[in-house]
Design a protein around this ligand. Structure first.
Ligand SMILES: *Cc1c(COP(=O)(O)O)cnc(C)c1O
Length: 372
């Protein structure tokens, strides 16, 4: 196979050293304790809270169940204000809780929920705001909290992209009432499948832990209709090892992002997000926005051209959640209500970025973007 025939995907998961993982598996085989808050679950939870700089974290089997459970933890009902520019699970989590999603437009700088447009969408039924730190860039958390406080609303951040992101040295996972993480294979930090809820106090942490285990608060006591969303020992051991290399991997991602910036910044019609100075960023995604007039090619034409050359960028996020059949009948899903999101979704393409992406791979990608 020629080198240029090799498929390059938008991401490739990082795996722990196999021999180290095998050692932990042997230990798990010896213990015969496979799930329900075992040794590795406890160790990983502690190590993770420490690494992320958060007081309390509860591990989950995946990010979607963490999000569905987070809404249960705070007894959210009625209507929730959210963004159409995200992975579909953000809105699905509301639907699974019988909550009506109310879409509000995003701002063009970071593609996050536009805090200036939230207030107009609040009704007597609104109980919470569910913003997403898209691509790991923080939302306008101060403005969102101010609105939430004024109207007595809860704030749950979908922080699936925000692993390890710090603003002025502080974890952005500490904003709002709860934040959820995803450790899916495609994310910056993975436990194959996995997720977590970050909270601020022990009482809430207890409630979360009960809810993810059927509501059990003791051997015979069930405090609420909980679910089964526990992370198992194999995932936890895997995650514990992943923490060893996360800093190195984020640095490798940064170097790739720097390469893209250096070579794409003076190309007409290719825009990107400028990461703020005060941010310790995770470089999970490298979205670019194609201006068809200036670049001389549509986003979809570039997407297809890359694909024809075995390079698989992804149009995150296209279509908008509000465009899917399940949601497009909602009043707030009308395109006129979401002009910025409608524009961004047709121009975005995420370029491949992952620690093992080589210079040769990058040159191959760049060559296609430059030679239209
Ligand atoms: C990945 C992702 C999720 C879902 O997480 P899973 O672990 O795959 O269930 C939710 N929201 C956003 C924004 C995501 O990117």
């Amino acid at each position: 196979m020629k080198k240029t025939d090799q498929k390059i995907f938008v991401t490739q998961p990082v795996l722990p050293a196999l021999d180290e993982f095998t050692d932990l598996l042997k230990d798990i085989w010896g213990r015969k304790w496979l799930t329900n808050n075992g040794k590795y679950h406890q160790d990983f939870e502690k190590a993770l809270a420490d690494y992320l700089g958060v007081p309390y974290i509860s591990l989950f089997s995946n990010g979607t169940l963490a999000l569905i459970s987070a809404l249960q933890v705070l007894n959210i009902t009625g209507e929730v204000i959210t963004t159409p520019y995200s992975f579909v699970a953000t809105t699905h989590a509301l639907w699974w809780n019988n909550i009506k999603p109310v879409f509000v437009d995003v701002e063009p700088e970071f593609c996050n929920l536009d805090s200036k447009k939230i207030e107009a969408a609040i009704t007597p039924k609104t109980t919470a705001i569910l913003p997403v730190h898209v691509y790991g860039n923080p939302c306008d958390t101060e403005a969102i909290q101010e609105i939430a406080d004024r109207y007595g609303l809860k704030v749950i951040y979908d922080a699936a992209h925000a692993f390890g992101v710090k603003q002025n040295g502080q974890s952005i996972l500490n904003f709002g009432d709860l934040s959820i993480l995803s450790f899916h294979a495609t994310k910056v930090f993975n436990t194959i499948e996995g997720g977590a809820i970050v909270c601020h106090d022990e009482k809430t942490k207890k409630r979360i832990d009960y809810l993810k285990n059927f509501g059990f608060a003791g051997e015979t006591e069930v405090i609420a209709p909980g679910i089964n969303a526990k992370m198992n020992e194999v995932q936890s051991a895997f995650g514990l090892l992943q923490l060893k290399t996360i800093d190195k991997n984020i640095l490798a991602r940064k170097e790739i992002a720097d390469f893209y910036c250096k070579h794409l910044d003076n190309i007409d019609g290719i825009e990107r997000i400028v990461v703020p100075e005060n941010l310790h960023y995770n470089y999970g995604y490298f979205p670019v926005f194609i201006d068809e007039q200036k670049y001389g090619m549509t986003r979809d034409a570039l997407y297809e051209k890359l694909k024809a050359n075995n390079i698989f960028g992804r149009r995150y996020f296209y279509p908008l959640i509000s465009q899917f059949p399940t949601y497009r009948g909602l009043e707030s899903a009308r395109p006129e209500n979401l002009p910025v999101a409608e524009m961004i979704t047709d121009s975005v393409i995420c370029l491949p970025i992952y620690p093992d992406l080589t210079r040769d791979d990058l040159k191959r990608i760049l060559d296609i973007i430059l030679n239209k």
